[in-house]
Design a protein around this ligand. Sequence first.
Ligand SMILES: Nc1ncnc2c1ncn2[C@@H]1O[C@H](COP(=O)(O)OP(=O)(O)O)[C@@H](O)[C@H]1O
Ligand SMILES: [Mg+2]
Length: 259
Amino acid sequence: LTSIIEKRISLHKKLKDLQQENEHLKSEAEQLERLAILGTNTAMIAHEINNLLTPLSNYAQLALQNSEDRRLAQKALTKTARNCEKASDFMQSILNLSSQSKNEKELVKISDLVSDAFKCIGRDFKRDCIKVKTDIPDDLEIEAVRVQMQQIIINLVLNARDSMLSGGGTLHISAEKAGDNTVHIQIKDSGKGIKNEDIKQVFKPFFTTKNTPGGEKSGSGLGLAYCKRIIDKHNGSISVSSTFGEGTAFYISLPITAN
Ligand SMILES: Nc1ncnc2c1ncn2[C@@H]1O[C@H](COP(=O)(O)OP(=O)(O)O)[C@@H](O)[C@H]1O
Ligand SMILES: [Mg+2]
């Protein structure tokens, strides 16, 4: 009898542990979502602020070393004023993005999503020899959670940009109505493409091929996992096709009216 009682106690404890683990796993999915947003935004902010500050520091040092050169000082100050303004515009768009805590679906224009995404990214694609083409009917709208859709576009555009950083290329974003209640969005780049053995993995959380020059992981591998999760929640679908060495296209299909 004692042994039966002991067994019961031990089973009871096990059940409790499992319940706790279940709770834990449930919140993990939500954490993943928040981490993905945080990761993208942090990387974006760090990169952008660095881009704006580096030339300022270089100019200021040059001007200090050549304090007699008024033209140089003038140039340094002009650059400072301009980049400070850019930094504050950029920070404002990031703040706008994170203050939209509203998680309700509303009518969202695809063309606004794309232009807002570029405002948040803030980088000059021309500088990296990347041509951006958009082909989106102005009246095309879907019912969706705006901030989530923005994050999707940002993630896909940043991935496309990463893939073209070494040699430039073309980023083509298009959208069209397909059938009565569906919108198709395509984000296509002429970058380095995805290897055959990797393509099955790209939507898995933490899968990344991005490394620092030292060989450490530099990507979070959460961007596409986040995109897929959000698109699933909107009853849509996302897929990818890629040719290694030639480029990649992501296709999104979303219902126009939510159900
Ligand atoms: N446009 C693209 N071109 C080439 N590879 C891509 C592209 N988009 C995604 N990938 C691949 O998918 C992986 C996962 O992407 P993602 O989930 O956004 O994570 P991360 O960007 O942090 O690596 C990338 O590391 C890369 O290997
Ligand atoms: Mg990414």
